[in-house]
Design a protein around this ligand. Structure first.
Ligand code: NAI
Length: 344
């Protein structure tokens, strides 16, 4: 039986992992704590650890896991910026789930957009209190408006299709545009012409704070900004300024730069130390969800199935380790495409 220490467990994680684990004789030790130097010992006796986006898998943690005999770090996320892949090289193999449901994220972005432009969040609260007034609920048609999509990979492309379904004109910016029938424009043009801007590119040194004061300055008055990608794509201070000056008409945020110690937990009843987030949430035209875009049953099943298969592949005889994040050549993306065997 393969034993796996499952860190940062939430109630919604368990059913799918228990179901797929049982199919393949895999036992999960569910731990509520996040993985860090103090909690690494909870993995003693396990073959693998399963971690999420806010587990801190740094070099010291990797050394401890290695000493406890852990052979595999299985990320149940696509992103891996919280794992020191270089430190793991030669010691512990690292695998991840490259895609689980791009539809879940694109549809959440669309849900936020519709909620915002038709003021559904306000109407819901009003009618629950038998307030049937429509004052202040005037929205606008999406039909005929322009959507600017930044990043047209798996998620961005689905969002493009959804917007086209609404009868919107779609323009896009991508560092690597492809011949896929999408109308690519320079970023400046996208900022200047879009009524709605949705971010679907990764967080890199080049994209950090791509939405800052200067970018907002180039946008249309009343623009709706949607971010379901990574918080640090937006300079939140600049966004708040744009909202206060009425330049930004609305913001829909599923991610926030400083979300690590806040999102995914029940903070009601606590004093919110993050004043910037408090200010944003207090704005009538800002909707915040707590990194929820991935959270559909379909996505959870795909995550569990792929993670269990990733772990099993380590024990298979063909020399491969599915979805391994290999550091041998120092280029994770290139290595992933060319690899014919395990990283080491
Ligand atoms: P993907 O890798 O399929 O697509 C990313 C696209 O961004 C590619 O077309 C790439 O060429 C483009 N790109 C790269 N650098 C760029 C730049 N500097 N400017 C413009 N475009 C650039 O990724 P996928 O699956 O579509 O995911 C997009 C993002 O969604 C992820 O990076 C992740 O941060 C976020 N995400 C959020 C989730 C949530 O629950 N909120 C869940 C899953 C992903």
């Amino acid at each position: 039986m393969i034993k796996v220490a499952f860190y940062d467990t939430k109630e919604y994680d368990k059913p799918s992992f228990e179901r797929y684990g049982a199919l393949f004789d895999m036992q999960f030790r569910f731990v509520e704590s996040k993985l860090n130097e103090d909690t690494a010992a909870l993995a003693e006796g396990c073959d693998a650890v399963c971690v999420f986006v806010n587990d801190d898998v740094n070099a010291a943690v990797i050394d401890k896991l290695y000493r406890y005999g852990v052979k595999l770090i299985a990320l149940r996320s696509a992103g891996y910026n919280n794992v020191d892949i270089r430190a793991a090289f030669g010691k512990i193999h690292v695998v991840h789930v490259p895609a689980y449901s791009p539809y879940a994220v694109a549809e959440h972005a669309a849900a936020l957009l519709l909620t915002s432009v038709r003021r559904i969040h306000k109407a819901y609260n009003r009618t629950r209190e038998f307030n049937f007034s429509l004052n202040g609920l005037t929205g606008f048609d999406l039909h005929g408006k322009t959507a600017g999509v930044i990043g047209t990979g798996k998620i961005g492309r689905i969002f493009v299709d959804i917007c086209r379904g609404f009868g919107m004109k779609v323009i896009a910016y991508d560092l690597y545009p492809s011949d896929n029938g999408i109308d690519y424009v320079p970023l400046e043009t996208l900022f200047a012409e879009s009524d709605v801007i949705s971010l679907h590119c990764p967080l890199t040194d080049g994209t950090k704070h791509m939405i800052d004061d200067a970018a907002i300055g180039k946008m249309k008055k009343g623009v709706v900004i949607i971010n379901t990608s990574r918080g640090a794509l937006i300079d939140a201070e600049a966004l708040l300024g744009g909202i206060k000056s009425r330049k930004v008409g609305a913001a829909c945020l599923d991610v926030y730069e400083e979300e690590a110690d806040i999102f995914f937990e029940d903070r009601s009843g606590h004093i919110m130390d993050d004043e910037l987030l408090s200010r944003l949430i207090s704005m009538p035209n800002v909707i915040v969800t707590s990194h929820q875009a991935f959270l559909t049953e379909d996505a959870l099943n795909n995550i569990a199935e792929t993670t269990v298969k990733n772990i099993l592949s380590y024990y298979s005889n063909d020399g491969m380790c599915d979805n391994e994040l290999c550091y041998r050549c120092g280029n994770i993306e290139r290595c992933r495409n060319d690899r014919k065997q395990r990283c080491f």
